[in-house]
Design a protein around this ligand. Structure first.
Ligand SMILES: [Zn+2]
Length: 407
């Protein structure tokens, strides 16, 4: 199911040799550790040396944006060539950027993506490349939204997906993947036991990890490009986003860096990573001047289960991105998160608790006087996941007696 009419668009004035079909030179995938490069058709989830792979995004040029496309594929000229050639599209359009007068902030509504979270941006690009390279079966590990997003796009692409999940996970988070046709493999033990099981299974399949995949990361960068266009061709003063593994932070960093290298912005917006107080490894490392986060104990857990991450896979990269933007990392308590989710809901924005974490960070930074020098005049808050994913949790918070007793 590809975007009707997309392939027939004429070339645009100013389009370079790579622009029509995406990509960035013959070796667009580069290892962070040893510098090895890999080509479009050379599919792997990490370098032969074990290092993390990055996609080298070209500099952004407005003339290369697809005028008739909205959302992820509008920026095809910046995305991996093999993904663009086999693109799967089921409505990953530009999400609204709206000014809430009541809340006094610009909100980027990425919970309105097809599967209900921003992760569809990455899943669309990764599943498209996998499909184009003939992959028919993948495994991944996820505790929720990444599994739902990959299940969605694998369903669209006809790829069989097996999702390894922590055995104690809430069924509500997993029902979506099951309904979409993915196979679930519950794994006893902590979250990382599911990761290990998925990697073992990948010996006979492909490990489509959203945290490791450079294609997934390239897709997430479209979030920055959309914000820039929706602001009339300028960067916001700051962007606040939930941060567990740091996918949104890195996606924003990649997209705004492409705009900076293209001469379309003069400086990067401050990236503000907002973490749960129970899983604050990035904020901790930033405060201590470390180059790499250290594993923090899970402690009592958090209601923001989407960012319950002890140690980010790309932790050093997340820290570097925040520092390069002169940004910040802060933590918020579960109480601050649920207050933020209810405040959003009271203004018509239905976010799951994890999806409200960026807004919780804004409230914490603005404090009582409602302003923040750090955030500047035009901060944007990312709403990352839909309230439809959180079942009764938000309703119970609003009114514990709302459901008839005994039923
Ligand atoms: Zn390497």
């Amino acid at each position: 199911m590809t975007n009707a009419g997309f392939a027939d668009l004429p070339g645009q004035p100013g389009a370079g040799p790579d622009a029509a079909d995406g990509g960035s030179g013959p070796m667009p995938y580069v290892c962070q550790s040893c510098g090895a490069g890999y080509g479009d058709a050379d599919l792997r989830w990490r370098c032969d040396c074990g290092g993390i792979l990055d996609f080298r995004m070209p500099a952004a040029r407005v003339a290369d944006f697809r005028p008739a496309a909205s959302g992820v594929w509008r920026y095809a000229s910046l995305l991996p060539r093999a993904a663009v050639a086999a693109r799967i599209s089921i409505g990953e359009h530009a999400t609204p950027l709206v000014l809430s007068e009541r809340l006094g902030v610009l909100l980027k509504l990425d919970h309105l993506m097809p599967s209900g979270s921003y992760k569809d941006r990455g899943a669309a690009v990764l599943a498209s490349r996998l499909s184009g390279l003939g992959v028919r079966e993948i495994v991944l590990d996820s505790s929720g939204n990444a599994g739902a997003a990959m299940s969605t796009y694998c369903a669209a692409a006809g790829i069989a997906a097996t999702v390894f999940v922590p055995a104690g996970n809430s069924p509500m988070k997993l029902a979506q993947s099951v309904a979409l046709g993915a196979r679930l493999r519950p794994v006893p033990g902590p979250r990382r036991a599911a990761t290990e099981a998925a990697r073992e299974a990948a010996a006979d399949s492909f490990y489509a990890s959203h945290n490791w995949s450079p294609d997934f990361g390239a897709g997430l960068a479209t979030l920055a490009l959309e914000i820039w266009e929706q602001l009339g061709g300028r960067a916001p003063s700051a962007v606040l986003a939930p941060c567990g593994n740091g996918g949104i932070v890195l996606g924003l960093a990649t997209g705004f860096d492409a705009l900076l290298r293209g001469g379309l912005i003069e400086r990067l917006p401050r990236l503000v990573a907002v973490q749960s107080a129970a899983f604050g490894s990035v904020a901790d490392a930033l405060a201590r001047g470390l180059d790499q986060p250290e594993r923090l104990s899970a402690g009592a857990g958090t209601i923001a289960e989407g960012i319950a991450c002890e140690l980010p896979v790309r932790g050093a990269q997340v820290l570097a991105a925040i520092r390069a933007s002169d940004g910040a990392a802060i933590t918020v308590t579960d109480r601050e998160i649920t207050d933020a989710a209810l405040a959003l809901a009271a203004s018509g924005f239905y976010a799951e608790p994890t999806g409200a974490v960026g807004y919780a960070g804004l409230r914490a930074l603005r404090g009582k006087d409602g302003t923040s020098a750090l955030l500047g005049e035009s901060p944007v808050v990312i709403i990352s996941g839909s309230g439809l994913k959180s079942g009764r949790a938000l309703a119970d918070l609003r009114d514990p007696s709302w459901w008839p007793a005994g039923s």
